[in-house]
Design a protein around this ligand. Structure first.
Ligand SMILES: N[C@@H](CCC(=O)N[C@@H](CS)C(=O)NCC(=O)O)C(=O)O
Length: 215
C-alpha cells in the first residue's frame, strides 16, 4: 500500500487540519501533505475533488479517503500502535476519547466567536456568556486530566487528545481567555512542542487572508 497523504487547509486558520497533522508529526508517523488554501468567499472547489465531505482535513491512503479529524487520528493510531496516540490504560483511554469527542461535537460558541488565527495580535475581545461557559468547561477538562496524569500533557506524553485540543490552546492564547496558572502551563507545553512550532512558523509565512476569520 502507498504512504499516508494528508490534505490540509491554511495553517494559519484551519483548526481541523491542525489536529491530525499535529498528532502524526508529534508522534513521528510518516506522511506527506498537500495544502490547499481556502479561496473565500466562494470556497475552494478542489476540496470536493479530494474529500468525500468537501472539507479538509482528508487523509488518502491508497484508494481510501478518510474525512473527519478524529477518524483520521483513530486510523493512524491503529496503523501505528507504538506511536502512543491513545493512553495504554483502558480508563484513561476512554476519558481521552470522551473529551476528544466532546471537542468535535461541542464548544460551538467558542469556535464561532474566536476563530483560530495564529497571526492575530494577542488581545482579549468582548465575548458572550456562552463563550465563557465553553472556556470554563475546557479548563475543567484539562485540569482534571492533568491532575490524574501528572502532565505535562493531558495523559502524560503528547497524544491524540492534546492534538484535538491544540487549536483551542491557540484560541485561549490569541484572545487571552484564561489566567489560571495550571491552564497556562499546559498551553505553554503544547505551544512549545517542536511539532506545533513547525506548523506555527509555516502559518506565519502564509500570504492568504480569510476575512471571515478576522474577527
Ligand atoms: N468535523 C470536521 C470539520 C472539517 C471542517 O470544517 N473543515 C474546514 C476547514 S477547518 C473546511 O474544510 N471548510 C471548508 C468548507 O466548509 O467549505 C473534521 O473534524 O475534520
Amino acid at each position: 500500500m502507498t504512504g499516508l497523504h494528508l490534505y490540509i487547509g491554511n495553517k494559519n486558520y484551519s483548526s481541523w487540519s491542525l489536529r491530525p497533522w499535529l498528532a502524526m508529526t508529534a508522534t513521528g508517523i510518516p506522511f506527506t501533505e498537500t495544502l490547499i488554501p481556502f479561496d473565500f468567499p466562494a470556497g475552494n472547489p478542489r476540496f470536493r475533488e479530494i474529500s468525500p465531505t468537501g472539507r479538509v482535513p482528508v487523509l488518502h491512503h491508497g484508494d481510501l479517503r478518510i474525512s473527519e479529524s478524529l477518524a483520521i487520528i483513530e486510523y493512524v493510531a491503529e496503523l501505528y500502535p507504538d506511536a502512543g496516540l491513545w493512553p495504554g490504560d483502558a480508563k484513561a483511554r476512554a476519558t481521552a476519547r470522551s473529551i476528544s469527542t466532546e471537542m468535535v461535537a461541542g464548544f460551538r460558541a467558542l469556535r464561532n466567536a474566536c476563530p483560530m488565527n495564529l497571526r492575530r495580535p494577542k488581545e482579549r475581545i468582548v465575548l458572550s456568556e456562552n463563550v465563557d461557559g465553553d472556556v470554563a468547561r475546557i479548563g475543567t477538562i484539562w485540569r482534571e486530566a492533568l491532575a490524574a496524569s501528572g502532565g505535562p500533557f493531558l495523559f502524560g506524553a503528547f497524544g491524540a487528545a492534546d492534538a484535538m485540543f491544540a487549536p483551542v490552546v491557540t484560541r485561549f492564547d490569541t484572545y487571552r481567555l484564561v489566567d489560571d496558572p495550571r491552564t497556562l502551563a499546559y498551553m505553554d507545553a503544547v505551544m512549545d512542542h517542536p511539532a506545533f512550532r513547525l506548523w506555527h512558523d509555516a502559518a506565519l509565512k502564509e500570504p492568504w487572508i480569510v476575512p471571515e476569520d478576522e474577527v
